[in-house]
Design a protein around this ligand. Structure first.
Ligand SMILES: *Cc1c(COP(=O)(O)O)cnc(C)c1O
Length: 404
């Protein structure tokens, strides 16, 4: 067989695998948005839709003040640095943002990354080795799982949010030099909030460190939006926090790790995604800084988000839908059946509401759902329109009986 024929086989195999994904209904299509991100978006087919599936919790992604802060930072600091941080890629705005994140989270120091995926990918390997144990929630984000894979420490897994199993794993890891418990602060598929008070108590009992990934919490969980550690009154008891600038805190991109000085110093010396990847664009650093200043001076956006969440949760339940109970702006509307979840989302699109159906393997078999995410930018009017669409589609698909 000639070399070119072998190459053809390679491409044919890829095509076949893609076809098989399409046949199984597992192929992911991307909707193309032709406007700013926001509570309403315009798609490339010209349709205007109420958007219930962005991580735009505080409504800052398309927010004018955030855009202007990004423009101002670009004017002052330029478009980019063409450098990693330690060569010639650190500007005053990066240092100010690191200081502001530390203060906001109540941590000693912070290091920036191009994404939270990189923060999680680069946090374990420099800090832990084969003598140590990483005790990880079974539903932790893919980037945590990848980060742990890159590190030589022993890995222990506990069932999602299961404190008894966590204790069993802590006992199993008792002979290791250091132990660290790692959990998402909030699990994004279910809106489950990690039980950080109990986790911190167990960490004390078994002499373990605690790390939380706050991607679905920073900016709005807790009374002043500091995160899940504030929500559970354990600020000061968390050793490492990772998070994103790409969700509530403005929505562009970028990530961070916050911890004690010696941890952050070690990451600056050794963390590979930090050492070998470009610095965060000045526009993002400047806009993120303005977001943190805004959130520190007022809880208005956070309060509006929680009011919208409470309203939507109670109204959707009153329509007769089954939701995962809770208080988080992620509201899983359970439909259980994968084809129904797909049909539901498609019909909602026709009615002008953007929601996404999730089904196996993203969620467990038989747990298909439409995941709604609320934003501070949603108006009550928009939420009522979306709820009316839920009622209509629910009736059409015979999922609810009593909706008026
Ligand atoms: C979104 C997310 C990430 C990745 O964040 P990026 O900044 O987009 O890379 C990591 N962890 C969790 C829990 C997330 O939800």
């Amino acid at each position: 067989m000639s070399a070119s024929k072998q190459k053809n086989t390679f491409f044919d195999e890829l095509s076949n695998k893609l076809d098989s994904l399409r046949e199984q209904g597992l192929y992911k299509f991307e909707r193309v948005i032709a406007s700013r991100q926001g509570p309403e978006v315009t798609c490339d087919d010209g349709r205007q839709l109420i958007n219930l599936c962005a991580n735009n919790y505080l409504g800052l992604s398309g927010d004018e003040a955030t855009v202007q802060a990004a423009i101002a930072a670009t004017e002052e600091f330029g478009y980019g640095l063409s450098s990693v941080r330690f060569i010639c890629g650190t500007q005053t705005v990066h240092k100010q943002l690191e200081r502001a994140i530390s203060d906001f989270l109540g941590m000693e120091d912070t290091i920036l990354y191009a994404a939270a995926f990189d923060a999680n990918g680069g946090v374990f390997e420099p800090l832990f080795d084969e003598q140590d144990a990483i005790i990880s929630d079974a539903l932790n984000h893919a980037s945590i799982i990848d980060g742990i894979r890159l590190c030589k420490a022993a890995r222990y897994r506990y069932a999602n949010n299961d404190m008894d199993d966590l204790e069993v794993q802590l006992q199993a890891a008792a002979d290791k030099r250091h132990r660290i418990i790692v959990t998402d602060g909030v699990f994004s598929m279910d809106g489950t909030i990690a039980q950080l008070d109990q986790i911190c108590d167990l960490a004390d009992k078994y002499d373990a460190l605690v790390m939380i990934d706050e991607c679905h919490a920073s900016g709005f969980m807790g009374a002043t939006g500091r995160g899940t550690h504030e929500h559970h009154s354990v600020m000061g008891r968390i050793d490492i926090i990772t998070g994103t600038l790409g969700k509530a805190l403005g929505g562009a991109m970028g990530g961070f790790t916050a911890a004690r000085k010696e941890v952050i110093d070690t990451l600056r010396q050794k963390s590979r995604p930090y050492l070998f990847s470009n610095t965060l664009a000045p526009s993002i650093a400047g806009a993120s800084l303005s977001v943190l200043q805004r959130l520190s001076s007022s809880t208005e956006l956070r309060d509006k988000l929680h009011a919208n969440t409470a309203f939507f949760r109670s109204e959707i339940a009153a329509l007769g839908f089954t939701i995962k109970p809770g208080t988080h702006p992620v509201v899983p509307v359970m439909l259980f059946d994968a084809p129904i979840a797909q049909k539901f989302a498609a019909r909602m699109y026709e009615l002008g509401v953007l929601v996404t159906g999730f089904f196996y393997p993203v969620v467990p078999m038989g747990q298909a759902r439409v995941r709604v995410q609320l934003s501070a930018a949603h108006t009550t009017e928009q939420l009522k329109t979306a709820l009316a669409a839920f009622a209509q589609v629910g009736r059409e698909l015979n999922l609810i009986k009593y909706a008026q």
